[in-house]
Design a protein around this ligand. Sequence first.
Ligand SMILES: Cc1ncc(COP(=O)(O)O)c(C=O)c1O
Length: 368
Amino acid sequence: MIPVFEPMIGETEIEYVTDALRRGEISGNFGTYLDRFEKGFAAYCGCKHGIAVTSGTTALHLAVDAARIGAGDEVLISASTNIATALGVYHNGGLPVPVDSENVTWNLDLELVESLITPRTKAIIPVHLFGHPVDMDHLMEIATRHNIIVIEDCAESHGATVRGRMTGSFGDMACYSFYANKVITTGEGGMVTTNDDQLAERLRLLRNLGFTKPRFRHDVAGYNFRMTSYQAAMGLAQLEKIDTIIAEKRRVAATYNSLLADVPGLRLPVELNWAKNVYWMYALTVEPDFGSTRDELASKLAQAGVETRTFFCPMNRQPVFKELPGFRADNCPVADRLWETGLYLPSSPTLSDKKLEFVRDAIVVARN
Ligand SMILES: Cc1ncc(COP(=O)(O)O)c(C=O)c1O
């Protein structure tokens, strides 16, 4: 089976993790790896501060809390996303408000944002879906005009840029995931980045149970979202090769683009002229003229030994939110359609041309 994703783990990761263990760097408070990873990753993203946490999900939870979003607050989020984006809002008592996708990059439709803003709208969480950035210059202009907080969900966009500027460096905060299938990985893990000194201080406080002085007397209800030092050691090794990983992901995408260009009925991912897409996953949609449905294609590919995944079930369709008082399950026809027709292909940076050709051939056979 060609898996959807395999991380690029090499000798340096083994060396750094072993070194952390040998030095007794078990939790984050001891040793240097955590600090080096936080500083190094934040600098890579064009941000002043990095606060490493246990996952992308807890990064979002922490960022929403740090922004003091709670009961009565509405937060606009991309409809087409991993549920973690909405859960960060939900678990803080806020109301996630899905924004439909646009048809080209599949990111949230910036033309719809203003119509969804109400006096209760406190923040917006744009997701840079599958590695293609949202036009953050445009989004920041809207957010600034309406005085709303911006938390970028960069779980899928490490290294993606907008007019040469890193995703994650535009908003008030940005949240990253280092889960096994992400651009770089620590197994499980995440980070919040920010340029704001006060937010950074609050993020660190909340991450660490709200510990202040005197010790064991707490003014705020924090969390234990701390990353371990040996995970940070792995992250540092991954960070050293992030440019190579992204270059390989872009090679995989370019190869798929040329192999699949002539296959009728597939809509391939784009890279707009102001954007650098890191192609976290090579995602496409199966159109009516393909001849079989997305599900038929996925099952034929599975039989041929090619693993795939569907796009996300959009937030407006999530049963878990349906009963939320005030939940606006407004029509999100584009995100709904992406959920029915979207599929992503094996996207490991290590995939050889031969394997990519195998995937193309399996798609062509499935079509016939
Ligand atoms: C857009 C998005 N946000 C958040 C997350 C959550 O990250 P994690 O799995 O590290 O909790 C993910 C992925 O898993 C994601 O794709």
